[in-house]
Design a protein around this ligand. Structure first.
Ligand code: GLC
Length: 646
């Protein structure tokens, strides 16, 4: 039990849990029972009777709204590009939630962290609206139970036991332009030239898998990206950071140093027979480093030096759930099965079976059950520790940076994650779509992520898959100018969405200009939140706990201590309804030069917000400083050139 300012954290132990190293505070095991929960060891479940008006917040990166009640969520890092309501898992596994009872709730308000690295399901009123059930695969977990006086206080206590969040460099708050398909240096130069010509601020360009030689980590394609270190310095002269991607799978290829060292150093996960497990991702056949092993983390982490030595100071780690297209073994089985169908009349059953044979090849649980890690000297099957994989890949890099580039502040974020990884890096929310509903989803996801320690976070602005429209891009940018990670990323084959390509470049210039003007405020609130275990994005009810109306508002957010935002996330809207829990000053910002201010009373309002207009609400007694907009963060002058006060 640990006491913080009068509130309490108790640790309960179920079975024989695997140590995830997500909690950094030493908390003594409590031998009592977990308050309010009924445990059924045979069924491997814990059940809580939920109050009629209870709400549940948290679970980090997940589908659906901020209040998680009414659906079930499976914590199992998934390579899942379809972030739809019917899904139960996305890329992160973040098992922390807060139970907030109704006014006359039986159970008290509490937070709970279910620390277990395998699959675990949170049924929050899905089977039975009045019950929450936690359904374990393996009944082994450390459970941290946090009593708290308020929602924010519970988060703060939790964040304290998991350790301080990663702090990204300030330049990483600048706009990043990304697209899967920048094929060579000239294309990258063209993008930067066009941003400069349109006078839209920019700080970084992301390099997706095509900068590598045949998708091999820590290599450069010498035909298309020749003289890479010279190119990095040319970009640095223009104050542009290049941010390469690193994937989890290591290509199997004789003569490729990373592969050969991996074999020699016994760094890859193994199949049942003790041979390196073979699966396939972008480069075809790969082995996966066993990031759960300390010396493998050290080895792989040191590899980033190839790139930091060339001047690189930012990375994104991808495909680290790990994503698997197919395993060698199952591909063989699949071909054999398909052979059998050749001369058959495929009817309703056999046709679907035939289709399923190929479609079921990727990311299969059967594969997860067929390879092994060496974890603290013991052999352990992957599915039992699945959620630790991306976390430890990113930790490998995070731990290495202080060795290989001690003088640099490095940007790092990952796709897969588990709580604990927040100390080393941020995350992006993966392959979303250019859909209005995914703009709203990203508004919903940020507070949940912040609760779990992921402060440097953001979606692929504009959407990764599908074709974006200009109005969606305008509204999405109007929201993303507030998120720490502000990156425009899209998939190969979709409509191009660099901001200068749209008709109304002036609007984008002004919006991104506003972002740069907001950076001194955003960055200082972000660092404050990281250092004080606070959230940067808060739902209204975290600030106004007794305001019943505020509890239903899931499309407005407090950003830092001074402002609230109310993004527009529907097509063809001329404005939106906004609820003010207190009197506030509204600023309708079109640019740093062009805005109106209006004092509004607490309550509901319909507020006009045309495309290109951003609604920001300043709280009483607070102020919002704006810096002079510049084209690069390096040129920002921290002295506010305007301050809007209320
Ligand atoms: C994955 C990533 C995406 C990237 C693509 C190609 O889908 O999530 O961001 O562009 O791989 O590397």
């Amino acid at each position: 039990m640990t006491l913080f300012g009068g509130s309490m954290i108790r640790k309960f132990v179920l079975g024989d849990p695997i140590e995830t190293e997500s909690v950094v505070e030493d908390i003594e095991r409590s031998n009592g029972t977990i308050p309010y929960w009924v445990i059924n060891e045979n069924e491997k479940t814990m059940t809580l009777a939920m109050d009629k008006d209870a709400r549940v917040y948290g679970l980090g990166e997940q589908v659906r709204g901020m209040n998680k009640r009414g659906w079930h969520y499976v914590s199992y890092c998934a390579d899942e590009p379809h972030h739809e309501e019917g899904k139960t898992s996305l890329y992160g596994a973040h098992n922390f939630f807060i139970y907030d009872p109704g006014c006359d709730g039986m159970a008290g308000r509490f937070g709970m962290y279910v620390d277990t690295p395998g699959a675990v399901e949170f049924d929050i009123g899905y089977e039975d609206h009045d019950e929450m059930r936690i359904i374990f695969k393996d009944f082994d977990a450390n459970i941290y139970f946090i009593d708290g006086t308020s929602l924010s206080d519970i988060v703060k206590q939790f964040r304290r036991i998991i350790g301080q969040s990663y702090i990204a460099p300030r330049w990483a708050f600048g706009l990043g332009q990304s697209r899967w398909s920048y094929m060579n240096v000239d294309e990258v130069r063209e993008v930067i030239d066009a941003y400069e010509k349109a006078k839209i601020p920019l700080d970084s360009v992301y390099l997706d898998i095509d900068y590598m030689e045949r998708y091999k980590d820590f290599t450069i394609n010498n035909d298309t990206f020749s003289g890479f270190d010279g190119f990095v310095s040319e970009m640095a002269q223009r104050k542009i950071h290049l941010i390469p991607i690193i994937d989890a799978g290591v290509k199997i290829e004789e003569g490729y140093d990373v592969y050969e060292e991996g074999i020699k150093g016994d760094h890859f996960v193994k199949d049942e027979d003790g041979k390196p497990f073979t699966a396939a991702v972008w480069p075809g056949r790969v082995h996966f480093p066993d990031f759960l092993k300390e010396d493998t983390r050290r080895w792989f982490g040191d590899k980033y030096k190839v790139l930091t030595d060339m001047g690189i100071d930012g990375f994104w780690n991808d495909m680290n759930e790990p994503a698997i297209f197919y395993s060698e073994k199952r591909l063989k089985e699949c071909f054999n099965k398909i052979d059998g169908y050749k001369n058959e009349n495929l009817d309703i059953n056999s046709f679907f079976e035939f289709q399923g044979t190929v479609n079921g090849l990727n990311n299969s649980l059967e594969d997860h059950k067929s390879f092994y890690h060496e974890f603290k000297g013991k052999k352990i099957r992957h599915d039992k520790v699945h959620n630790l994989y991306g976390y430890n890949m990113t930790r490998a890099a995070g731990e290495a940076f202080s060795r290989i580039a001690p003088d640099k502040e490095i940007l790092m974020f990952s796709r897969a994650s588990y709580i604990g990884m927040h100390r080393y890096a941020g995350i992006w929310t993966g392959d979303n779509m250019s859909w209005w509903s995914h703009l709203l989803l990203s508004i919903h996801q940020l507070p949940g992520l912040n609760m779990c320690g992921f402060l440097y976070a953001g979606p692929d602005t504009g959407g990764f898959g599908c074709d974006v429209t200009e109005d969606l891009m305008i509204r999405w940018v109007s929201f993303s100018i507030f998120t720490p990670l502000f990156r425009n990323h899209s998939a190969m084959g979709t409509r191009r969405q660099e901001l200068y390509r749209f008709k109304n470049t002036e609007v984008f210039k002004n919006l991104v200009g506003l972002r740069y003007a907001l950076i001194p405020y955003l960055y200082s609130e972000y660092v404050w939140a990281a250092k004080n275990d606070e959230m940067l994005f808060k739902p209204l009810c975290f600030e106004y706990e007794n305001d019943e109306r505020a509890k239903d508002v899931e499309d407005q957010l407090f950003v830092g201590r001074s402002i609230m935002i109310a993004p527009v996330y529907t097509q063809n809207a001329s404005g939106r309804y906004v609820y003010l829990p207190e009197d506030m000053k509204m600023i309708r910002l079109r640019s740093t030069e062009d805005y109106d201010e209006e004092c509004l009373d607490a309550g509901d309002h319909f507020l006009r917000a045309e495309e290109g207009e951003v609604l920001v609400f300043v709280r009483k007694g607070r102020e919002l400083p704006l810096a002079e907009p510049v084209l690069r963060t390096a040129d920002l002058n921290d002295k506010a050139f305007k301050t809007i006060k209320y």
